[in-house]
Design a protein around this ligand. Sequence first.
Ligand code: AKG
Ligand code: FE2
Length: 357
Amino acid sequence: MAAINLPIIDISNPHDPSVGKAMLDAAAKYGFLYVASQSTDFSPEDVETAFGLSKDFFASPVEEKATCRITPNNRGWSGMHVETLDPEHQRIGDFKEGMNFGEFIAGKAPQPLPPSLSPHEPTLDRFTTLCRKTCNRILTLLALGLQVDPTFFTTRHDPIHGPSGCTLRFLHYPSITSPETAFYKHDEDVRAGAHSDYGSITLLFQQPGQPGLEILTPEEEWAGVPVDPGQSSNGQGQGQEGEYAFPPILVNIGDLLSYWTDGLLKSTVHRVVFPLSEQRAENEQDRYSIVYFCHPVNTTELVPVPSKIVDAHREGRKESEDDKVGFGGGAGYLVPGKRALTASEHLQARLAATYTY
Ligand SMILES: O=C(O)CCC(=O)C(=O)O
Ligand SMILES: [Fe+2]
């Protein structure tokens, strides 16, 4: 198993060019980085409360969850094995269940909520607002790193310009000893198949003691990504001075942003497994994760970002073969005479490949 050392970036000042450079370097090298939890817009209570809602929802009766089953608009509940992230290699769908929420509008969910969640609509709305704010910091820093207008990405993600594919997702992966994983075959199955994400950036919240994420290194080896690389908390949710902290948020670049930057930013392939530490654990836990997929406004045309750094990358790449980006990224070649894809066309093409509704 390869080891990888992802940086933990403090995003409290999104206007600091040196932080922008560090962010860009990590995004171009690994496609993954952590942001320090205390430097984001979330309080530990926000994160704890959201995980609590997720657990309550997944523990609710299946008939209730079934009332909000996922539909082709990508919103709602998907049960065990409904999603297959790597259909070419998986004999069975992912060992997980998920709940997707579309963009909240004026405090309201854009879809029916099940009984366990409907009283908590304001809490869910607040959480998505904080996700958006934190994404705006990251997008501002990436623009600084690319030496374009610092608002280049944030204006194109601003909901005042129209709807987008932004999605909040709760995920539940049963533990290794759960009856639901009884027929899981190690070395053959995965909890979530290898894939790259579809949007611009993704935020991933994980919980101490619930590992599982792996990323594919440039050497094509799987590397485990720790939940808590050890600097923000002691693994029990306690910060160094004893105050409650949550593990850093893992951020990754999605296919769309990779495409938009002509492959400079990497949309890295990742998956979820039972790592060896989990297979040997005495108190193995279910894994709960919360994911926020950030997307530009649907109508955004993905004309390559007008950055000298992107131009230089494009020039350099012509001489090499190295333009493999994620699974669905690909570099955003602009075919002469054709207009660029829009953000929503890009997303629809990627979604069509992975769900059996
Ligand atoms: O649950 C996780 O850790 C990863 C989830 C993920 O990669 C996804 O939903 O795209
Ligand atoms: Fe993912």
